[in-house]
Design a protein around this ligand. Structure first.
Ligand code: PEP
Ligand code: MG
Length: 588
């Protein structure tokens, strides 16, 4: 039966495919397709992993049999029996074989998919004792996965992207159909694993439009919906689904008529993208001749290629924290960071690269398993520059790496979430210290312009101080909105209140731009607002000439720039931000 689930639209386009429902915490498992000739080897890996766990349990059974009932309570023996029974369950084994043989999933992916199917069955059980066996099943699967990890994968290969149009899809339902990932939650680090992935679309139960998970999804330029509440409960493994990333809807089990309609929309979208791609080499200049700089936001050095392809004239925001995530506390050392930053700099072929110092915390935990939920208000806690200043060794290591990369091209250094003059002074003296350390070691480094992000209202209201110390400012509207309106950007339950058009937000943005222009300092916007075509004219009218966004958004924004007359937009923009309801004034 067809039904739809409403969420929040985060990345445009239509994806049609089969659902891969992923339980929480399972994103760390590798997902890739194997070749048909590798099927037997993958089944063998699961079999060996499972046998190793069976042997381990047998050994434990012998050990506890030799103990007295005091040291080894009866419940323990019973539990081991249950685990053995689950390991030998035909449904587990046959299911895993099915996913490997029929879908060509790698062993880990097949095992976690089957785990998901069986977990659902346990959830539906009437008997409470049986329902609780789900936890045992998860433990058993976890142990098999651990063994398989130890074995390594003989067939591991880079994930193969598979994207098909709806037309292909209507013609063929072979293993090669696109897959849509449906999960309760994915951390930004999990999401990063799926870059270049097999998935054609994403849906998550939680998250807001500018949560970092949504931001990474957008950077992947594939349709995505977040905040879809209980989507991962309502969809079953392998259901046909449509993800409409434009209106934020997921349609489950679509009828042929709906499928045809969305297939049409999908082709329209592809045509539009083809049309926009012709603007790639067109300079971004308004009708009245104002040059506009369209820069890229990137998460990894490899993203420089997408930035160049989209016609970016530099990187306006390299979110360096993605190099620090999902490493179980083993932070990258100076050399590793230097090589990564240098790769981005060289990848941009002489264009400037703005590297932001690490911005972890809140909805960007270092490790997905170490979520910041333990703190009452993680978004107001030890994140971004606050964390860097609390970890000066780590921070200086990063600063040295950035300064060294600057010897290979044009680099700007950007500092996130500053609010206090003391933080500014501490940061700048640590940068001096990092330079002195490199001098002492005789290591070459380059000159950098140093900028601050304007992300907290306190910063936007202290522009004189900021401009005294910094060469340029970059407005992080995602956080500026969050902190001005006191709306957690990652919380879907308040997503309707997250309003870029609030007059207070627009006033802070407008004042920051005009003060920088007045003092002849560089200013850009690097939050999601910069890549949203709804705001291009308004920001141009406020005097902005530098926009930084995901590569996928650059051409659409360029089209708006080419159609705009910046001088004529100025009085209109002033009227909009002075109005009680700028969203209405903007469309009037
Ligand atoms: C912002 O806050 O607008 C920004 C660009 O930084 P991030 O989204 O990484 O917090
Ligand atoms: Mg921010």
């Amino acid at each position: 039966m067809t039904f739809s689930v409403q969420g929040i639209a985060v990345a445009r386009g239509i994806a049609i495919g089969r659902a891969v429902v992923m339980g929480s915490g399972r994103a760390d498992v590798a997902h890739y397709f194997i070749k048909p000739e590798q099927v037997e080897a993958e089944i063998e890996r699961v079999r060996v992993g499972r046998n190793a766990v069976v042997d381990e349990i047998h050994r434990l059974q012998h050990t506890i049999a030799a103990m007295g009932p005091k040291e080894a309570p009866h419940e323990l023996a019973a539990l081991l029996d249950v685990h053995l029974m689950l390991l030998q369950d035909e449904e587990l084994i046959n299911g895993v074989k099915h996913w490997i043989t029929e879908r060509l999933y790698n062993a880990e992916w097949a095992l976690t998919t089957q785990l998901e199917v069986l977990s659902r069955q346990f959830d539906d059980m009437e008997d409470e004792y049986l329902r609780e066996r789900k936890a045992d099943l998860e433990q058993v699967a976890e142990r098999i996965l651990r063994y398989m990890k130890g074995m390594g994968s003989p067939v591991a290969q880079p994930p193969t992207p598979r994207r098909k149009t709806s037309q292909d899809l209507l013609l063929d339902d072979s293993v090669d159909v696109p897959l849509v990932l449906v999960a309760h939650d994915l951390s930004p680090a999990d999401m990063l694993q799926f870059k270049q992935s097999v998935f054609a679309g994403f849906v998550t139960d939680v998250g807001g439009k500018t949560s970092h998970t949504a931001i990474v999804a957008r950077s992947m330029d594939i349709p995505a919906v977040v905040g879809a509440r209980s989507a991962s409960q309502l969809v079953r493994q392998d259901d046909w689904v449509i993800v409409d990333g434009d209106s934020g809807v997921m349609i489950v089990d679509p009828s042929p008529i709906i499928l045809a309609e969305y297939g049409f929309k999908q082709r329209q979208g592809e045509l539009e993208r083809g049309r926009l791609s012709r603007l790639r080499h067109t300079p971004a200049v308004t009708l009245d001749g104002q040059k506009v700089e369209l820069l890229a936001n990137i998460e990894l050095p490899e993203d420089a290629a997408a930035a160049l392809k989209a016609g970016a004239v530099g990187v306006g925001l390299f979110r360096s924290e993605f190099l620090f995530m999902g490493r179980q506390g083993n932070l990258p050392d100076e050399e590793e960071q230097y090589l990564a930053y240098r790769k981005a700099v060289e990848g941009m072929e002489g264009m400037p690269v703005t590297i932001r110092t690490v911005d972890v915390g809140a909805d960007k935990p270092l490790d997905a398993t170490r979520r910041d939920d333990a703190h009452l208000n993680p978004a107001l806690g030890l994140r971004a520059i606050r964390w860097s200043l609390a970890e000066p060794e780590m921070f200086r290591t990063q600063l040295r790496a950035i300064l060294r990369a600057a010897a290979h091209g044009r680099v700007n250094l950007l500092v996130p979430m500053l609010a206090h003059a003391t933080e500014i002074r501490q940061t700048l003296s640590l940068i001096d210290f990092a330079r002195a350390e490199l001098d002492n070691r005789g290591v070459p480094y380059g000159k950098v312009d140093i900028g601050a992000m304007i992300e907290v209202p306190a910063a936007a209201l202290s522009l004189r101080t900021f401009l005294k110390y910094f060469d340029f400012l970059s407005i992080g509207t995602n956080d500026l909105i969050q902190y001005t309106l006191a709306i957690d950007r990652a919380d879907e339950s308040v997503a309707h209140l997250y309003d870029p058009c609030h007059p207070a937000v627009l006033r802070l943005v407008a004042d920051t731009i005009s003060e920088c222009l007045r003092q002849g300092k560089g200013v850009s916007v690097c939050g999601e607002m910069a890549g949203d075509v709804q705001f291009t004219r308004l920001l141009l009218g406020l005097g902005l000439r530098s926009f930084s966004m995901h590569p996928a958004q650059i051409l659409a924004v360029k089209q708006e720039v080419l159609r705009a007359d910046a001088v004529r937009l100025r009085p209109w923009a002033e009227r909009v931000i002075d109005s009680e309801d700028p969203a209405i004034a903007m469309s009037a």
